[in-house]
Design a protein around this ligand. Structure first.
Ligand SMILES: Nc1ncnc2c1ncn2[C@@H]1O[C@H](COP(=O)(O)OP(=O)(O)OP(=O)(O)O)[C@@H](O)[C@H]1O
Ligand SMILES: [Mg+2]
Length: 703
């Protein structure tokens, strides 16, 4: 279907030479193992309240806590339970917490009244009293790490690799290496609840389930929600102080963590959701470990799993509710967006997924991948990034194609930062993924079930048509697959610049998909598309990496054979893991026409932008606001930006990105204009650069 590729001999110019190799620095290399230190578990075991069976009668509320609808914290129902019943541990725990003022502590320190050897015990007790303050610290230090590993059967016998700090006082994650399977294991560690704390926790949950009027949507800020819950817990414990006894902060803290986890957090997977390194979370069924895709470790098995169908189903239902939707036996497939912007796909029960309910959460990135990240990962070269920058500014419509999770949306988002600052942008998505720094941006989201069909549903097609009436300059469509594609191509043909992603692995398969049902676009319309970026997830030196393996221009249609003519601008070479320039780009000619520039001038401009990208990579300027600052400044005064960056080949980004601040501007000589590159001297800056507006050669018009 695809026509012959137009091959041109590369002119012997410096700027056109094959691009530099970017060493693959995909964040998949596990950092070197750290020496095992005192573990989080070891430390937190210092605060366990002793499980003294004789105390159970002290409280009347919790003796039969009954089943709660919420999953029990793993620390209370999982391995730690075994720990609490380990007699040797109990003794240690007893020492550990002697003198702590937890509920039910009163009158218990003297132990059983009929104990023989009364004198010895008394002496021991008074000895302990004397040192009770010191005892806990000494004990904490005394707990050997080895012992914790042995106690936790989930990671027993595995090599401790590293501890991840999640920035929370309650939770941390340890990474183990299972030597037998050569597999990393992701082991979250949450606070342990001693049986007494567990009783109080169950009591609170039970009471809240009956009486607490908690509306997730009532509070916007997380802190507000936390404050509300904390207050409710404290009020409840005060009201029942006679039964429960006085409660100190140390006792209460882990309980509050679990209460927050159940009501505002993500229950059993809270620790995973807290980890910013985790990109995807997948649960494949009942009693199957949850897997996460971690920035640093790739796909990694966790020590968390949902044990029963009921527990998992309850969890999936609560996830759906959180996303404002429902999932049930009658309606077992869900595609939704969670309030934090995470993308949720779930199934319910064993009918559609035989191993039990399942869910995948793709976490929304507040701090999305930027062009700096993509170049650093080796997904594309700085020159390709420069090419994208020019093609965005000069109005190329682009399709980002590739397989599932090949990085299409991430590239589309990163490239969109190049959209001139004041351009009007509309994005349309099923699930919110696009995240832009632009002010003039309407973020559209479809409404309704994945299958659609209800009257109240708003699908991509309706949303896109509505969007086009708002006369946007740039239209981003999350993913095209249905009849919205035709509308998008019509929009392209009438002067809108569009970006979208598509499941297809080559230009050929894109054309095939476009021309056949359900999309069925006439071939003449396909010419409106300018550029296709093919994404692939590959293995390079044993590591999973993402590469833009081809950047292909749609040149036009061969009049007689009606074949589509394409031009491969860049190609990825597997042997050297580098990108090779094809020698020619249609974009250059387009800019030469539009801007009255020579080819050399266009290439110089492209190289300047590649230089900026390389500078950002070198200096780790990667946050999307920082990248967008540079882009915006470049649109305003490109020469100023080049000057400042060249004056500052290295900057210390840890001090913040302030290279364009007032102080710096003052340092600039007023003769900036005199040092313009050749093409800007004759005609001023490039049109688009000078006024910061997009440039398109197509006719403006409605769709
Ligand atoms: N170039 C890249 N290098 C490393 N990780 C990447 C890259 N691009 C995307 N990712 C990560 O890979 C995951 C999938 O990326 P993304 O959502 O962009 O893929 P996609 O092709 O759009 O997937 P889908 O087919 O599901 O729409 C995300 O977690 C993202 O952060
Ligand atoms: Mg996508």
């Amino acid at each position: 279907m695809t026509g012959p590729e137009r091959k041109e001999t590369p002119p012997a110019r410096k700027g056109d030479s094959p691009v530099k190799d970017i060493p693959p620095s995909q964040g998949g290399i596990p950092p070197p193992p750290l020496p095992p230190g005192v573990t989080g578990q070891a430390r937190s075991s210092g605060s366990i309240i002793k499980d003294n069976p004789s105390r159970n009668g002290d409280t009347h509320h919790g003796s039969a806590p009954g089943p709660t609808v919420l999953p029990l914290p793993p620390s209370a129902s999982g391995p730690e339970e075994g720990k609490a019943s380990d007699p040797s541990r109990e003794e240690e725990q007893g020492e550990d917490v002697e003198g702590e003022k937890g509920p039910g502590d009163k009158g218990e320190e003297s132990g059983p009244a009929d104990a023989k050897g009364f004198d010895i015990k008394k002496i021991t007790d008074s000895f302990r009293d004397l040192f009770k303050k010191k005892a806990r610290e000494v004990h904490v230090l005394k707990v050997p790490k080895k012992k914790e590993e042995v106690i936790n059967p989930l990671v027993q016998g595995m090599d401790f690799m590293e501890e991840l700090d999640l920035g929370s006082e309650h939770v941390k994650v340890q990474i183990f290496l299972d030597a037998e399977t050569s597999e990393y294991i992701y082991h979250p560690i949450e606070p342990e609840l001693a049986p007494k704390q567990k009783e109080v926790f169950d009591f609170i949950i039970e009471t809240f389930n009956k009486s607490l009027k908690y509306d997730r949507k009532a509070f916007e800020e997380l802190e507000e929600k936390e404050r509300f819950l904390d207050m409710e817990v404290r009020t409840l414990l005060r009201d029942y102080a006679k039964v429960i006894g006085p409660v100190n902060e140390e006792f209460l803290n882990p309980i509050l963590y679990y209460i927050r986890r159940e009501y505002i957090g993500y229950g059993k997977i809270e620790s995973i959701m807290m980890d910013v390194g985790v990109e995807d979370v997948s649960c494949d069924g009942t009693a199957i470990p949850i897997f996460v895709y971690h920035r640093d470790f790739g796909s990694i098995r966790t020590t968390i799993q949902f044990e029963t169908d009921e527990e998992l189903e309850g969890f999936v239902v609560s996830l759906a509710q959180r996303a404002g939707k429902s999932i049930s036996v009658a309606n077992p497939i869900l595609d939704a967006t969670l309030p934090e912007g995470h993308r949720l796909n779930a199934t319910f029960g064993r009918e559609v997924t035989t191993r039990g309910s399942s869910f995948t959460i793709r976490k929304f990135k507040e701090d999305p991948l930027t062009i700096t990240d993509l170049v650093r990962f080796g997904t594309l070269s700085p020159e390709m990034a420069g090419h994208f920058w020019m093609s965005v500014q000069f109005g190329d419509s682009i399709i980002f194609a590739g397989g599932t999770a090949s990085g299409k949306t991430a590239t589309m988002n990163a490239i969109s930062i190049f959209i001139p600052t004041s351009a009007k942008i509309i994005s349309i998505e099923d699930t919110r993924e696009v995240n832009l720094p632009h002010e003039n941006w309407i973020a559209g989201l479809t409404r309704g079930s994945a299958e659609g069909g209800r009257e109240t549903d708003i699908d991509m097609y309706q949303l896109l048509r509505a969007a086009l009436r708002q006369r946007p300059e740039y239209v981003l469509v999350g993913e095209v697959r249905g009849k919205e594609t035709m509308t998008m191509f019509q929009a392209m043909a009438t002067g809108h610049i569009t970006y979208s992603t598509m499941h297809a692995d080559s230009v050929k398969s894109i054309v095939y998909r476009l021309e056949n049902p359900p999309i069925s676009i006439p071939r003449v319309l396909i010419q409106a598309l300018n550029l296709v970026a093919i994404h692939n997830q590959l293995r390079v030196k044993g590591m999973r990496v993402r590469r833009i393996t081809e950047l292909v221009e749609i040149v036009g249609i061969e009049p007689t054979s009606l074949e589509i003519i394409t031009n491969r601008v860049y190609k990825w070479e597997p042997a050297g893991d580098n990108f090779v320039f094809g020698g020619h780009s249609n974009l250059y000619e387009k800019i030469m026409d539009m801007e009255d520039m020579t080819r050399d001038e266009v290439v110089t401009e492209l190289n300047r932008r590649a230089e900026i990208i390389s500078w950002m990579v070198k200096n780790n300027v990667r946050k999307f606001l920082d990248v967008s600052t540079i882009v915006a400044e470049y649109y305003e005064d490109s020469d100023k930006v080049m000057r400042i960056l060249r004056e500052n080949p290295t900057i210390d980004i840890s001090r913040g990105f302030n290279i364009f601040n007032e102080l710096h501007k003052e340092k600039l000589p007023p003769s900036t204009l005199r040092s313009l590159p050749p093409h800007t001297e004759k005609g001023g800056n490039l049109r688009g650069i000078a006024n910061g507006t997009p440039v398109t050669q197509k006719q403006e018009g409605g769709a």
